[in-house]
Design a protein around this ligand. Structure first.
Ligand code: SF4
Length: 312
């Protein structure tokens, strides 16, 4: 038995013994996705957490995701295998900056992308995902909107909703992975895979989105590639997504826009921190429990609920 097989079997046993489930983000390494009970994007997984009867929820993803699952599920024990797994987007927006913008634009609703800390979310009016951002901004009864922390997603929303004024908070928040994508990389990939369609995540720069055949969240990419007749796809997002696409859609071919051989930047260094070894230890020792202060969790939850009501 290989070490990976051994770990997979130990983790499965621990899950049963402890009445635990594992929620694995689409960017997790292959073996972590294999042992996850559910895979998806951060919002989907937080909702899945609300529906489970399991006593323990292990969130295999970066820290803000575990924090969010804990805020939405205060009665459950939520574990993060490594709380040092950060996110450059989440880290780009601190509470003080957000408060200053709110004071400067008191009438502008605050729309935050889900990649933010729970403390920033507690100051937001609406929380959006890459698949709901455009729709939410369109529906808001306001002309000026504070939008953060992803400047690329803000540019995309601004392009889709030109009649409103989007103020970026902060002006230059970026995902460390998507920030590396360029038009030249797209041209190279298109030459190498002439029959492939390009799918791009809205965290990518606008020039990539403009040249893509499909723009959508990780879950929307899974859906699009399943339903589309094409057999090959170039994927402009974090390289772990290739695993999720192959698991969900094994008969088709997926190529990352940037490979790890070409650049270490293809892989999110924070997602990479979560390994199968750490997942096992986390379940075994029930570490690290993620707790959110009640008032902060309540306020963040309200921002989620506002969004759901707006989209009904
Ligand atoms: S891929 Fe980018 S947005 Fe996702 S966790 Fe890593 S740094 Fe954050």
């Amino acid at each position: 038995m290989t070490r990976v097989e051994e770990l997979l079997s130990q983790i499965k046993k621990l899950k049963t013994e402890k009445n635990a489930i594992i929620l694995g983000h689409n960017y997790m390494e292959y073996s972590v996705q294999l042992v996850s009970d559910f895979t998806g994007d951060s919002y989907d997984l937080a909702v899945k957490a609300m529906k489970t009867n399991a006593k323990i929820i292990l969130f295999a993803g970066v820290y803000f995701m575990a924090e969010q699952a804990s805020a939405l599920n205060p009665d459950k024990k939520v574990l993060s295998p490594d709380p040092s797994a950060g996110c450059t987007l989440s880290d780009a927006l601190d509470v003080k900056t957000l408060q200053e913008y709110k004071e400067r634009y008191p009438n502008a609703p605050v729309v935050l992308y889900i990649n933010t800390s729970i403390y920033a979310k507690a100051l937001a009016d609406y929380i959006v995902t890459s698949s709901t951002a455009v729709n939410v901004v369109q529906k808001l009864n306001a002309q000026t909107i504070l939008f953060g922390p992803d400047a690329n997603l803000a540019n995309y929303v601004q392009q889709k909703v030109p009649n409103k004024k989007i103020i970026k908070v902060p002006p230059n928040g970026r995902c460390i992975v998507h920030a590396n994508y360029t038009k030249q990389l797209v041209e190279l990939a298109r030459k190498k895979y002439p029959n492939a369609l390009l799918m791009a995540h809205p965290e990518a720069p606008l020039e990539i989105l403009e040249s893509a055949d499909f723009v959508g969240s990780t879950n929307q990419m899974i859906q699009f590639s399943k339903e589309n007749k094409n057999e090959e796809f170039i994927v402009a997002t974090e390289i772990g997504m290739i695993n999720a696409l192959k698991i969900k859609n094994p008969s088709k071919k997926f190529y990352p826009l940037v490979t790890t051989e070409a650049c270490a930047c293809a892989r999110c260094p924070y997602m990479n921190i979560i390994t199968l070894e750490k997942v096992k230890r986390s379940l075994e020792e029930e570490v690290y429990e993620v707790k959110v202060p009640e008032d902060i969790a309540e306020r963040a939850k309200m921002a989620f609920e506002n969004t759901m009501k707006l989209l009904e």
